[in-house]
Write a protein of this length. Structure first.
Length: 273
């Protein structure tokens, strides 16, 4: 058995075991009575082969302990982002991600917390599986969709909208690949929402969720509706889950950067009709 066969067998065994786990739990109130069924969950008792860092960006690997997954970004790692996604292991042959977990439509919820710092830029989001599979090339048959269920801190360039207080979310029609002409030569378009939630420590333990249908994308905090946005024409495509923890690239009013920041994820669940 060669290395690829061994890795494939190991990854398949782990993912089958994950899916074989008994899926239990009450239907969340935002989708109660809507015909949704729990199709995926992870309690992070350990890290299966599903959760992987990107092959770019220099992320530290996630860790699991005490029933939580931790994603870190540190000064020792040159302040590079902490990134983990439901792609499974990457192979050099096609398909690059044969064990990726991806979904089109559904209700996505995660219980998480993150470092309370003015420099914090935590995010819980979904991203185009077609783009991830095509990297580092381009699959221009499908543009590059993204949905940021929670991207707090992104608007904090001068220190007055910290992630512990300001909630932000967004959808992208064609997220840039940072080339001069954009992904497949087409610029991005985005819709966003942001609000001050003074009095609520958003960095503490909360359940963040997003409901994705063909007509709207809605976000929730602890079961309460935050906002809804209309999809783009590119939104209707399979996407995988991502958790990231970043330092803001700049923040004039944030003081000194901390040496380490983290996001801890207690569990993740996906419901579909």
């Amino acid at each position: 058995m060669n290395l690829r066969q061994s890795l494939l067998r190991s990854a398949a065994t782990g993912i089958v075991a994950l899916w074989a786990t008994t899926l239990t739990g009450c239907t969340p109130p935002p989708i109660s009575g809507g015909g949704y069924e729990l199709v995926f969950n992870d309690e992070f008792d350990d890290l299966s082969g599903l959760w992987q860092t990107a092959p770019f960006g220099g992320s530290l690997p996630a860790t699991a302990a005490n029933g939580m997954m931790t994603v870190r970004t540190t000064a020792a790692n040159a302040y590079r982002w902490g990134y983990v996604a439901s792609t499974g292991p990457r192979f050099e042959t096609e398909p690059s991600y044969p064990f990726a977990h991806r979904w089109q439509y559904g209700y996505f919820e995660a219980r998480l917390r993150y470092t309370n710092s003015a420099w914090a830029w935590p995010a819980f989001w979904l991203f185009s599986m077609a783009k991830t599979e095509a990297w580092p090339g381009e699959n221009c048959a499908v543009l590059n969709a993204e949905w940021d269920i929670m991207e707090n801190g992104v608007a904090n360039a001068n220190g007055d909208r910290p992630a512990a207080r300001w909630n932000s979310s967004a959808i992208h029609r064609n997220t840039t690949d940072n080339s001069s002409d954009g992904y497949c030569g087409q610029p991005d378009d985005a819709r966003g929402f942001s609000q001050d939630m003074a009095g609520t420590n958003l960095s503490d333990w909360h359940v963040w969720a997003g409901r994705w249908t063909s007509s709207q994308l809605c976000t929730y905090l602890d079961g309460e509706l935050l906002n809804c946005m209309a999809p783009f024409d590119t939104t209707a495509q399979p996407m995988h889950l991502v958790f990231t923890m970043l330092y803001l690239p700049e923040c004039s009013g944030c003081g000194a950067r901390p040496s380490s920041m983290q996001m801890q994820v207690d569990w993740i669940r996906v419901w579909q009709r």
